[in-house]
Design a protein around this ligand. Structure first.
Ligand SMILES: Nc1nc2c(ncn2[C@@H]2O[C@H](COP(=O)(O)OP(=O)(O)OP(=O)(O)O)[C@@H](O)[C@H]2O)c(=O)[nH]1
Ligand SMILES: [Mg+2]
Length: 419
């Protein structure tokens, strides 16, 4: 099975919750608070693994969760951090947010890795809340909870040169004749069902060539194997369009050239705009030479007659390819505006009027405090109120017109404003 596009779900680990506990020892009454902090949740990390060549395993495993942080313990023992989860993908895998399809990472370099999601922060234990005026805090923080996200993984093969053409044109034969790759070759259409890569050495130049399944007219609408495999030549530096010059079975090579050119354009203008050389294949067959002129007339690209089977003129083709490659920029990862799931600034907030005209405090600070502090605990609640004062929330509410007794909304909690 071969897969080059798939949807998976990932979730970084939650932070562990902080511990509320007090020192208890024989002979010591009212020992101090000693609850430790919760551990940090594990990150979600992706790594490019050169030994993988497709995404098939993600059809069987779809959910990935990093370990949660452990809760804090008494005696100021902090909880263990959750282990990171490293997900291995083939080199050339592009990761997108499923909802927006925005690119988040391109695992372009072998063994490179990227931390896609950060684990949640651990909650603080009650030992952390001890101050000169609060000797016995009986509250601790919850750990930060992380969200699950859906991602699209798409494998875009990394190769310098992409082969494109009708089925049976001789693409795989060409790849086999110039590299050590041994793709299946046969005299019927759609022999090649998944991409093949080969390393080509020509004098002192080395480059990677990608052979993909054949295209036919209407591939953009899904005819034949469709044009989805073009994603594997999308980031190449140039194309070699292979045309069967023999005109066997009544085909017209110039028309074949035009149809494939059209399909490339329909897939993407950028792909069609790549530098290109036309390999007019099967020149060894008697009927081939007569079609060369018509093809040359139609093609805006250099047309090189070759025989992939006998090797005739293949060196000339490689000369042309190498000449072109030496003028082209090297392969590079995708250029994209880095997209990351937003983490609100945990100290920012705003005072606004909600739809019912009440004053509401929104923003990262309020979300964090509301999440981390247990509001059902009176001590914890007082701490929350004090934090609001410290960060200037109360001042801003007053400035916005809050009066004694007004209802103010924080996150999903309503309070009476007390000045
Ligand atoms: N006479 C002659 N036959 C060739 C030449 N190149 C390829 N062939 C034959 O054409 C047939 C198709 O070759 P493939 O290399 O499998 O063609 P392909 O373009 O990879 O085809 P798909 O994988 O189906 O898209 C095979 O029978 C090859 O032996 C050539 O230069 N001369
Ligand atoms: Mg083939």
């Amino acid at each position: 099975m071969f897969a080059d596009k798939t949807k998976i779900y990932v979730k970084a680990g939650n932070g562990g919750k902080g511990m509320t506990s007090f020192l208890r020892m024989k002979g010591i009454a009212n020992g101090g608070p000693n609850g430790g902090d919760g551990g940090k949740g594990g990150d979600i990390v992706f790594q490019a693994d050169p030994s993988m060549n497709n995404l098939a395993e993600f059809y069987f495993k779809v959910h990935f969760r990093a370990e949660n942080g452990s809760p804090g313990e008494p005696n100021r023992c902090n909880g263990k951090n959750g282990a990171d989860l490293c997900i291995k993908v083939p080199v050339g895998t592009v990761i997108r947010d499923f909802e927006t399809q925005a690119v988040m990472a391109d695992l372009f370099y072998p063994d490179s890795s990227v931390t896609l999601l950060k684990g949640g922060r651990g909650g603080k234990g009650n030992a952390a809340f001890k101050t000169s005026t609060r000797q016995a805090p009986s509250f601790s923080q919850q750990g930060e909870e992380t969200k699950e996200y859906a991602l699209t993984l798409e494998l875009k093969t990394i190769a310098d040169v992409g082969l494109a053409g009708f089925p049976n044109a001789g693409k795989s034969t060409l790849l086999a004749s110039v590299s050590a790759a041994r793709p299946k070759i046969a005299n019927y259409p759609f022999t090649t069902l998944t991409p093949n890569l080969g390393v080509v050495r020509h004098y002192d130049q080395t480059f990677v060539m990608a052979d993909i399944p054949g295209l036919i007219e209407g591939a953009a609408e899904g005819a034949g194997l469709g044009h989805a495999f073009l994603r594997h030549v999308e980031r190449t530096r140039m194309l070699v369009q292979v045309v069967d010059l023999s005109g066997a079975e009544g085909r017209d090579p110039a028309e074949d050239f035009r149809i494939i050119d059209e399909e490339l354009k329909r897939y993407s203008e950028e792909l069609a705009a790549l530098p290109r050389v036309v390999a007019a294949n099967k020149i060894d067959l008697p009927s081939a030479a007569e079609h060369l002129e018509a093809l040359r007339k139609l093609s805006p690209y250099p047309v090189i007659p070759i025989s992939a089977v006998t090797g005739q003129n293949v060196k000339t083709l490689l000369d042309e390819v190498c000449k072109l490659l030496s003028t082209l920029p090297p392969l590079a990862p995708l250029q994209f505006e880095p997209f990351a799931y937003e983490k609100e600034d945990a100290s920012s907030f705003e005072v606004v009027r909600d739809e019912r005209g009440r004053l509401a405090v929104v923003g990262g600070l309020v979300e964090r405090l509301a999440r981390e502090v247990r509001l059902d605990d009176i001590d914890s609640f007082r701490y929350f109120q004090r934090q609001l004062r410290t960060f200037g929330v109360i001042d801003r509410l007053r400035a916005a017109g809050a009066k004694q007794g007004d209802i103010v909304v924080f996150s999903d909690i309503e309070f009476e404003f007390v000045d």
